[in-house]
Design a binder for this molecule. Structure first.
Ligand code: DON
Length: 591
């Protein structure tokens, strides 16, 4: 079924087109009323006596990740004299060992870097690419339907991994310590092992069916015919060997050396597509971030092939005209308006977003204040617009969660926000035999067929169709919020389609509601992605708030938690870190 465009009023279309035609990045200069006052008062957020939840406070450096052992690896690197990039690279490699369902060498992601040295912000794209032999209809069966599971749990699901190239590139470009030094904690953790946490054990149990198909995977993550249990030691000798090869030879070991050869052999044995040429051709890309202005703050975030930054800025732009601070955090009025804005943004996502190296994306138009004002003007303060008026598609209801984010800030003011992933938990579940490396299933982020939803219920169109070497559209949104040119908030989250709204709420909680990062992380979240027509909420909203929202026509669904933010806030020379309480294994560690 072809994607049908949301029927926009003419004024909106005109605003979009005119903004698209203007090469200026966006009309931030004409942004709403300013804001320095708002910025200043928001900066006075943390009040020990008032706040229920408290961030970790430190002066010299802060590392926040979803696994305390990885945060420790980052902290150790900072204390050894490394900068925030050294520490982030240490965390990235360590998470591949201690958070195997999301941390990875066989996946990809994005890194936002603020370099204190030259004041520049760079968006590093190490997203997976489609193999050279990938083709548009590779996930359709003979009758033209999307074949069940093919884009998720087979060797065809695997995109050419970018993480090793991304982490080593960052290290060479901005790091100060030798690669072998920052990789040492990861190697040690793989070599010596660590006890499986309750969280990891539960995740292994949930994915037993897909993971259990592959002997090389079972050899690592199973014992006595069943997935490892809490407390069992997880020792990863093959992974330690792969890490050691990378530490001594750099990314070549992966893309042109012994690790790559094993990945290619794994593919060849099982009908996968990744070739030696695909690996050798893989490149990270330094991109110009998406930049938005919100109430005097500068939001520096991820450009395509992630949709995250564009829609974060688009929704913030719609919100700028609303007095949300007066409406209050968690009020029906605030939630309703934000949900309506989310719907409009996700509708645009399905139509316009894809890899800008392959398709034209109207970035300036989508992030322009004028377009946002026109969109916001269509929002009714007390009536939800039914999604069926906007698009008739039907998503798949499947749910899965795994990706991870980490944030690091050092004393010099360098800031790093990284979101990377295998896509769903443990990716394809396939370990390339002999490497200890789990391979992603990121190919599912392409639209297998226009109008058919992916694993996150996201509908994509032509712009996100499969092409060789193209990068699948992502929602990952590592974000830096700057105040007076310095990092003020460093954040990001996993959560598939829910990443964008989780990051949005974290930014709004900080700027509009003056919450410290621990308060923001502990605040119940809500999410609308236009289709399904459902305002998904976490538990914790009051019954009368939900009643009001239902009265506006919102279809409320109370569902499992969304996102797991890992945030650092910088204020008055101090660093405030908070690891989302939705994951008990994470830690903010500073010194
Ligand atoms: O790139 C994306 O948007 C997805 N592959 C991210 C997957 C994810 O966040 C899973 N979840 N928690």
């Amino acid at each position: 079924m072809p994607i049908r465009r949301l029927f926009l009023p003419l004024a909106v279309v005109a605003a979009l087109l005119s903004a698209c035609a203007t090469p200026a990045p966006h009309d931030a200069a004409r942004a709403a009323p300013t804001t320095t006052a708002a910025a200043q008062s928001a900066a006075a957020a943390y009040d020990f006596d008032m706040d229920v939840f408290h961030p970790v406070v430190a002066k010299h450096g802060m590392v926040v990740s979803e696994q305390a052992l990885a945060s420790q690896a980052g902290l150790e690197t900072l204390k050894a004299g490394g900068n925030a990039v050294d520490a982030a690279v240490a965390v990235g490699f360590a998470l591949a060992v201690v958070l195997p369902n999301a941390g990875n060498l066989g996946g990809g992601g994005f890194m936002m870097v603020h370099s204190a040295q030259d004041g520049r912000d760079i968006a590093l794209d190490f997203r997976e690419t489609a193999p050279g032999r990938a083709s548009r209809d590779m996930y359709l069966d003979a009758s033209g339907q999307v074949a069940d599971g093919r884009s998720l749990f087979t060797h065809l699901a695997v995109g050419v991994p970018g993480s090793v190239a991304g982490l080593t590139h960052a290290q060479q470009r901005w790091g100060t310590l030798p690669l072998s030094r920052v990789m040492a904690p990861a190697i040690r953790l793989a070599e010596r092992g660590y006890p499986v946490s309750q969280t990891l054990a539960e995740t292994l149990a949930k994915t037993a069916k897909t993971m259990g198909q592959w002997p090389a995977t079972r050899a690592i993550f199973w014992r006595d015919g069943a997935p490892l249990k809490a407390g069992d030691p997880l020792v990863q000798k093959d992974l330690a060997r792969s890490l050691r090869l990378i530490a001594s030879q750099g990314a070549r070991a992966f893309y042109q050396g012994p690790i790559g050869q094993k990945i290619v052999a794994e593919m060849a044995r099982h009908g996968g597509l990744i070739s030696a040429q695909d690996l050798a051709r893989y490149r990270v890309v330094e991109r110009t971030p998406i930049v938005g202005e919100y109430r005097g703050f500068r939001v520096v975030t991820m450009p395509p092939p992630s949709s995250g930054g564009i829609h974060l800025v688009q929704i913030l732009n719609m919100m700028e005209g609303w007095p949300v601070r007066d409406w209050g955090a968690g009020s029906a009025q605030t939630i309703h308006h934000m949900a309506e804005a989310m719907k409009l943004a996700y509708a645009d996502r399905s139509e316009y977003l894809g890899d800008t190296d392959f398709v034209k994306v109207p970035v300036a138009g989508l992030t322009s204040k004028a377009y946002a004002r026109a969109l916001a003007a269509t929002i009714d303060a007390t009536h939800a617009r039914p999604s069926s008026d906007i698009h008739p598609g039907k998503p798949q209801p499947y749910e899965s969660d795994q990706t991870t984010h980490f944030s690091v800030v050092d004393a010099a003011g360098n800031a790093v926000a990284v979101t990377y992933t295998l896509n769903t938990n443990f990716g394809s579940g396939i370990v390339a035999d002999g490497t200890g490396i789990l391979l992603n299933n990121e190919m599912d982020d392409f639209s297998a067929k226009p109008g058919v939803a992916n694993v996150y219920g996201l509908i994509g169109g032509e712009a996100n169709a499969i092409q060789p070497d193209k990068r699948p559209l992502s929602s990952m949104t590592p974000t830096l919020v700057m105040k007076d040119g310095q990092p003020w908030l460093v954040t990001g989250s996993p959560g598939g389609a829910r990443i964008i709204t989780t990051v949005l709420e974290t930014v709004v909680d900080a700027i509009d509601f003056q919450m410290n990062p621990a308060e923001a992380a502990a605040t119940p979240r809500f999410h609308h992605q236009w289709w399904p027509d459902q305002l998904r909420v976490e538990k914790g909203f009051s019954p009368d708030t939900l009643r009001l929202l239902r009265g506006y026509g919102q279809h409320i669904a109370v569902m499992p938690t969304m996102g797991r933010t890992q945030t650092v806030q910088v204020r008055d020379g101090l660093l405030y870190g908070a690891s989302d309480p939705r994951n008990p294994d994470g830690a903010a560690l500073g010194y």
